[in-house]
Design a protein around this ligand. Structure first.
Ligand code: NAD
Length: 489
């Protein structure tokens, strides 16, 4: 079976991975490559192109050359192309999911769901093509004033490692439908599914309209951000990198930057809450399938002091049922962390918490061995000013804090630099509304966690980001308004 037949890549090391640049599958200049690791074993999985500044420049140039033609393509045809890409994705769900499991360590069942979500979101943006409309405005009598939404040109789409295929597919749809060309840069840690999408999609989009560049360090992304033809940058990743991108963007031009960044999300539990639902919500909210490597992880459980002992005990029992293991093994509910360095960071956060006075309820010690595993960990007695209560750990670690009054719950929930998501568990309708309003977060659930409802804007406030995705706001965010004034004589 040839590569083009859509085979499942059980051995990515045997594959000749290429960039998609100017419509061609091509090695990086000088055939530069770097190793991608399997986090479940620590072994090298594949060698992929290491794009440098020259590769990025050539890719962006081709994307810029294609921009006018794509912007001038009928919007329904652009939507049809995106639908075609979604169809191709659907035909390769198993393969893309397996690649994500291999280089991200995420359980296969979860990756299948993730890739399915990507197709749904791509079609949502395609369905909205005709909503890219302007307005007529009665600014003066006798004349005609109207606006149009026009694309930026080349969009740089830089993504994080934790949903490689889902982000790689779903986050290119809105800018393409809006009439931009897109250069996708996957995480250096998990580039395989994006590179494979480049191969699968190359024949379905005009040359230069969609490109993929992988690279080992900051150089690839930085060169992309700084390229003068890139005027719109959409980034998903850490606050630290988000700021570096804002700086680089400002140093290289006047650019529009949207940022989907980290979280330290609160799950607030009132005494009238359904505790069974809280326990399931806390586990679902932590996204253990991703070993807690999720921007929306509900890593702070704020519980009324009267309920704390019971909830901690029930959470412990539930966390002890989390099954860590290799992504293809049956019954696995949590994979490894992405790298040895990240596992060491998570372990250091937990040690710091214990030094600061938190109590370890379960987990907390990384097993020896090849894979980068870390157990589901529960910390009790966490105080709002402890480092573990304020820092995004991006691992399977829940901190339990307590409160006595509703105002205290609000103050603690909002008292961190982040503001991505928040969850409130209560059966009291009025309190639910008050709390939801009071939470300084971009996405709030009452009596739920984690679920992204299709079409609902997702994004954060404060250090969690700027801009909204997964919604009409995302589509419109890839356009600028142009005003026309027809003065009639
Ligand atoms: P990261 O910031 O380390 O890397 C993200 C991407 O930026 C990667 O593709 C990386 O190669 C690239 N990059 C690194 N330095 C760069 C630079 N100087 N210029 C341009 N690009 C650069 O993030 P990560 O470790 O991959 O992901 C984890 C973070 O992402 C967490 O903070 C998590 O909360 C956040 N995240 C947020 C969302 C959201 O929707 N809000 C979703 C997923 C992940």
């Amino acid at each position: 079976m040839s590569q083009a037949d859509g085979q499942v890549f059980d051995d990515p090391s045997a594959h000749d991975w290429r960039l998609l640049s100017a419509g061609r599958l091509t090695p990086a200049a000088g055939d530069a490559r770097y190793d991608v690791e399997n986090p479940a074993t620590g072994a090298t999985l594949a060698r992929v192109p290491d794009a440098g500044a020259a590769d990025v420049a050539a890719t962006v140039q081709a994307a810029d050359d294609a921009a006018a033609g794509w912007a001038g393509t009928d919007v329904r045809e652009r939507a049809a192309v995106v639908r075609r890409l979604a169809d191709v994705l659907d035909q390769h769900v198993e393969e893309i999911a397996r690649l994500d499991s291999l280089d991200g360590g995420f359980p296969l069942w979860m990756m299948r769901k993730d890739i399915g979500t990507a197709g749904d979101r791509m079609r949502m943006f395609a369905d909205w093509a005709l909503h890219l409309r302007g307005e007529t405005i009665p600014s003066s009598t006798g004349n005609v004033h109207f606006t149009e939404r026009v694309p930026f040109g080349v969009v740089a789409r830089i993504i994080a490692y934790n949903h490689p295929g889902m982000f790689g597919a779903s986050k290119i749809a809105a800018p393409l439908v809006a009439g931009n060309t897109v250069v996708l840069k996957p995480s250096d840690l998990t580039p395989l599914s994006a590179l494979r999408l480049g191969e699968l999609w190359a024949e379905h989009v005009p040359a230069g309209v969609f490109s993929v560049v992988s690279g080992s360090g900051v150089e690839t992304g930085d060169a992309l951000v700084r390229h003068p033809a890139v005027r719109r940058i959409a980034f998903t990743g850490s606050p630290q990198t988000g700021r570096a991108i804002q700086r680089a963007a400002a140093e290289s031009g006047v650019k529009d930057v949207s940022l989907e960044l980290g979280g330290k999300n609160a799950l607030v539990v009132f005494p009238d809450a359904d505790l069974d639902a809280v326990v399931e919500g806390a586990v679902k909210g932590m996204n253990f399938a991703f070993a807690g490597q999720s921007c929306g992880s509900t890593s702070r459980v704020l519980v009324h002091a009267d309920l704390a002992a019971e909830l901690v005990d029930r959470l412990r029992q539930r966390l002890e049922k989390v099954v860590a293991g290799a992504p293809f093994d049956d019954g696995v509910t949590m994979g490894p962390l992405i790298s040895a360095a990240h596992r060491d960071r998570v372990a250091a956060h937990v040690r710091t918490a214990l030094d600061d006075g938190a109590r370890l309820v379960c987990g907390g010690d990384a097993p020896a061995g090849g894979g980068h595993y870390y157990p589901a960990t529960l910390l009790d007695g966490v105080e709002p000013d402890m480092r573990v209560a304020r820092t995004e750990i991006f691992g399977p670690v829940i901190s339990v804090l307590t409160f006595r009054t509703e105002q205290e719950a609000v103050d603690v929930a909002n008292g961190v630099d982040f503001g991505l998501t928040a969850s409130v568990y209560t059966r009291d309708f009025d309190r639910a509304h008050r709390m939801a309003r009071a939470m300084r977060a971009g996405y709030v659930w009452v009596n739920d966690t984690s679920t992204h409802f299709i079409g609902m804007p997702f994004g954060g406030v404060k250090e969690s980001g700027v801009g909204r995705e997964e919604s009409m706001e995302e589509l419109l965010g890839y356009t600028q308004i142009k005003s026309y004034n027809l003065v009639l004589r």
